[in-house]
Design a protein around this ligand. Structure first.
Ligand SMILES: [Cu+2]
Length: 165
């Protein structure tokens, strides 16, 4: 193969990789991350929760929630699968549902999709990350380290600032 042709081949491969990066991958940005504590009385008032969550709540002083916005600038959808935080015993992805005249929350099955060139918002009265069995109380202004696992983008570390409940 002549030098000319191998150079052409390398360029073609480089271009191909370039276009694949922009159209077929997810590019995740996590923004507007904040938390607030939830007292047991308030949490149980929401109604049915998973057994594991209930078990944790009996032992823990309180729970907390994390809200955030996940943006995806890439051309492929991604999925937030789970979260980890050292500040609590366990975390779950939850959604709030209206059940008659009651509001309750339940675990989200299969994670939360972040559409290609779109975003997913976790906000009050909607989806959230539940911090179950807090090991210490959350004070306004505290910063909580949180690890988010995405199906395609892997693990991302963010800091959530505690705001007024
Ligand atoms: Cu919840």
């Amino acid at each position: 193969m002549s030098k000319f042709w191998s150079f052409g081949l390398v360029m073609a491969l480089a271009l191909c990789t370039g276009c694949q990066r922009s159209s077929d991958t997810a590019e995740i940005i996590v923004d507007e991350v904040w938390s607030r504590p939830v007292l047991i009385a308030e949490a149980t008032h929401h109604g049915a929760m998973a057994d594991s969550a209930m078990a944790n709540m009996h032992h823990a002083g309180s729970n907390g929630v994390v809200y955030l916005v996940v943006k995806n600038r890439g051309g492929a959808a991604d999925r937030l699968l789970r979260a980890h935080a050292n500040v609590c015993e366990a975390t779950e992805l939850h959604e709030t549902i209206i059940d008659g005249d009651r509001m309750r929350m339940q675990p989200v099955e299969g994670g939360i999709e972040i559409p290609a060139r779109g975003s997913a918002k976790l906000e009050p009265r909607g989806r959230h990350i539940m911090l179950m069995g807090l090991k210490r109380s959350l004070a306004v202004g505290d910063s909580i380290e949180l690890h988010l696992d995405f199906e395609k983008s892997g693990s991302k570390t963010v800091f959530s600032v505690v705001r007024q409940p």
